[in-house]
Design a protein around this ligand. Structure first.
Ligand code: HEM
Ligand SMILES: *[C@@H]1O[C@H](CO)[C@@H](O)[C@H](O)[C@H]1NC(C)=O
Ligand SMILES: *[C@@H]1O[C@H](CO)[C@@H](O)[C@H](O)[C@H]1NC(C)=O
Ligand SMILES: *[C@@H]1O[C@H](CO)[C@@H](O)[C@H](O)[C@H]1NC(C)=O
Length: 321
């Protein structure tokens, strides 16, 4: 068989698999696996390629892509509202006061451009983001999970919408539970999804208070090293765990040694409601992976826009005119 024949054979097989998946029908409300099987069969493949190239150049983007999807879903649902730029008279979510140090927007732009070149006006930015987060986690050696598709993009992105919807990095598990419950995620999901902090970094502005106020629950050698990091000011950074580009259970192990970075991280181990889960995830990484998959599946379906709602944005940064 020639390379060309093999490629065509492979393409046919791939399309067949995706058609079969599409026929398998909706799996999660109005979303379905293989949603773009007929209309943009290579969409998932394109996302994986662009994410792979981006992470090859900069592995720290894995955490950033995961966090973008989280911030998207918690504010106005998973509708790519986090990707919209501010416009005349409107300050968008991404420019909320602390602007959350979100990164990775350029990766999403590149994916969308590549997808639009093949199938214009078909694949939503919200789906691109959900897939990019999934692939980033997997490429950082985390779990792989299926992402049902068919989300549509929203037209609203208002900075103040982030205030109540996004959890602050504080020492109050009751409040964290409430914020997650408001989007139908239970305490188990909350603890598992917090494991997203196995990737990435935080700025001193977000953890320096812990250095003074929480000496009892902060390992003294970590306190010393974070103290010297923060001599560099609020914009200095520290990783959440020792393996910040690798998706693993080290984050939870650090919590059990009182080496959590944010107050909200350490609180998960200090609070009787969540301590047992932290210990379980620390001891059993595959249980964490399983719980994380389940949590991401649920998080990816918060307040969806489907059917006639929303639109398929042409460019992820601006609504269609
Ligand atoms: C439990 C409530 C949560 C709180 C209070 C919280 C808070 C924060 C804060 C303050 C930062 C650091 C921002 C900075 O200083 O630059 C951060 C980073 C991050 N968060 Fe969360 N977060 C939470 C849940 C989650 C969830 C559910 C995920 C994903 C599933 C997630 C993924 C991330 C990632 C990957 C980073 C690092 C981003 C990077 O390195 O660019 N977080 N989070
Ligand atoms: C906000 O975004 C700008 C531009 O991306 C960045 O330079 C700045 O550090 C960010 N501010 C915060 C507080 O993250
Ligand atoms: C709870 O979710 C609803 C949308 O379902 C949102 O309008 C409201 O602002 C949220 N409240 C909090 C405190 O996050
Ligand atoms: C934690 O948050 C809850 C819910 O918002 C609030 O009622 C409680 O007073 C807070 N606890 C502390 C110690 O701040």
């Amino acid at each position: 068989m020639s390379a060309g024949q093999m490629k065509r054979g492979f393409v046919r097989l791939l399309i067949l698999v995706q058609v079969a998946a599409a026929l398998a029908g909706p799996v999660a409300g109005e979303l379905s696996m293989g949603y773009y099987g007929m209309t943009c069969p290579f969409a998932e493949y394109i996302v994986r390629n662009v994410v792979g190239e981006a992470l090859m150049k900069d592995p720290t983007l894995a955490g950033s892509l995961l966090r973008l999807h989280f911030h998207d879903c918690f504010v106005q649902g998973c509708d790519a509202s986090v990707l919209l730029d501010s416009a005349d008279g409107n300050t968008a979510e991404k420019d909320a006061p602390a602007n959350q140090s979100l990164r990775g927007f350029e990766v999403i732009d590149s994916i969308k451009e590549a997808v639009e070149a093949q199938c214009p006006g078909v694949v939503s930015c919200a789906d691109v983001l959900a897939l990019a987060a999934r692939d980033a986690v997997f490429m950082a050696r985390g779990p792989y999970y299926g992402v049902p598709l068919g989300r549509r993009d929203g037209t609203r992105s208002v900075a103040s919408d982030t205030f109540l919807a996004l959890p602050p990095p504080i020492n109050n598990v009751t409040l964290l539970i409430q914020i997650f419950a408001n989007v139908s995620l239970d305490v188990h999901d909350m603890v598992a999804l917090s494991g997203g902090h196995t990737l990435g970094i935080a700025h001193c502005a977000n953890f320096k208070a812990r250095l003074q106020a929480e000496t009892e629950t902060l390992d003294s050698s970590l306190a010393t090293s974070l103290g010297s990091v923060c001599q560099g000011g609020d914009s200095a950074t520290a990783p959440f765990d020792r393996t910040s580009t690798r998706f693993d259970a080290v984050y939870y192990r650090e919590l059990t040694s009182r080496r959590g970075l944010l107050s909200s991280d350490q609180a998960l181990f200090e609070s009787p409601e969540t301590r047992e889960m932290v210990s379980m995830f620390a001891m059993n990484p595959s249980y964490f992976f399983y719980a994380f998959q389940q949590g991401m599946y649920k998080m990816g379906q918060i307040n969806l826009k489907v059917g006639d709602e929303g639109e398929i944005r042409r460019t992820c940064r601006v609504i269609n005119s």
